[in-house]
Design a protein around this ligand. Structure first.
Ligand code: AMP
Ligand code: MG
Length: 323
């Protein structure tokens, strides 16, 4: 059996093909690179014009033809409306044309499930740190529950905006990481943890208004926001009595964030995990895999229920595939 998954919640169009054992046969990504912030309509146009080439490339990489696909899944939300609708339209068309079932997947949950598939963790607290999303999520009483989250923008969007204002290329995360390694000093920035939640807009404003050297600001920005994320992740571990942390989302590629989380985990006798890079960022393989385990648990998305959900909450989904 081959499962095709389509991802397209924001700037990345992803097409993944997996078999039922979870082997990733293809994981094609095409990213829209905005000059300013992401323009939803432009991103959606990017996804539309790359859809067919990306699907064909994935089929070719997997060494199969369209007719070999027996399940189609897609990211139903949360995300940018125009992008979600473009991808959902393609998923519906494929499912109808191939006469195979359709499964709509919650994007945040897919980040957890691909981590459970590709690392040794089984019941982790997920620190999901991406462009648009920042959440601390763990399984409890039949649902993936959000233990903490950003009260304003996603940590990645904050880094990208800081980078844009300082003339860095998009996405700015890797460049901020590089410049942080050149820093000579630390600049005090607002540390904004509110209970289990975090907020980034005040830190962004403070760092944009600072006249300190850019390398020092990059370093301080990383130290401050990654410490905040590590703190709420640790509190979620303590609260849930779990002993595994999983990292997910593009910002989780950052070595300093990984280091902080690993140190925190080690100090409390827990372990930290992260999927390999291409499965850590937004990708089609995670959507394909989550669609498959949902399907096995009896979930299917009939056409009339396949409308996209821009604000699809992680804790709305009944997790029928876990005890
Ligand atoms: P995603 O939304 O999960 O596709 O991830 C994209 C986000 O990850 C963007 O905001 C990037 O700036 C950020 N990102 C990618 N690599 C790094 C890195 N090495 N350090 C920090 N942020 C990163
Ligand atoms: Mg994501």
């Amino acid at each position: 059996m081959h499962i095709l998954g389509l991802e397209g919640t924001a700037h990345t169009l992803g097409v993944g093909i997996l078999d039922e054992e979870g082997n990733v046969l293809a994981n094609v990504m095409k990213s829209y690179k905005p000059k300013e912030g992401i323009h939803p309509r432009e991103a959606a146009n990017h996804h539309a014009s790359n859809m067919l080439p990306a699907i064909n490339e994935a089929l070719e990489t997997a060494g199969i033809v369209r007719e070999d696909i027996s399940l189609v899944s897609f990211s139903q939300g949360p995300g940018l409306g125009p992008c979600l609708r473009t991808v959902a339209t393609a998923a519906r068309a494929l499912s109808l044309a191939l006469k195979v079932p359709l499964v709509g997947v919650n994007h945040c949950i897919a980040h957890i499930e691909i981590g459970r598939l590709t690392t040794d963790c089984s019941d982790p607290v997920l620190l999901y740190a991406s462009g648009g999303n920042t959440q601390v999520i763990a399984f409890s009483r039949g649902r993936y529950r959000v233990f903490g989250e950003t009260l304003d923008i996603g940590v990645g969007n904050m880094l990208d905006k800081f980078g844009r204002m300082n003339h860095m290329p998009f996405p700015a995360g890797p460049e901020i990481e590089r410049r942080a390694s050149l820093a000579k000093g630390f600049v005090e920035l607002p540390y904004s943890v509110k209970g289990m939640d975090v907020s980034f807009s005040g830190i962004l404003t403070a760092s944009l208004n600072s006249s300190s050297p850019l390398d020092d600001l990059c370093y301080s920005l990383q130290e401050t926001v990654f410490a905040m994320l590590t703190e709420v992740t640790e509190r979620a571990l303590a609260h849930t009595s779990k002993n595994e942390v999983l990292l997910g989302g593009g910002v989780a590629r950052n070595k300093r964030l990984r280091g902080m989380v690993e140190t925190m985990a080690a100090e409390r006798g827990a372990r930290a995990y992260a999927p390999p890079g291409p499965l850590c960022v937004d990708n089609g393989a995670m959507i394909a895999w989550t669609g498959y385990i949902m399907y096995k648990a009896g979930c299917e998305t009939p056409l009339e229920k396949s409308a996209v959900m821009q604000n699809y909450r992680t804790d709305e989904v009944d997790i029928a595939w876990r005890k």
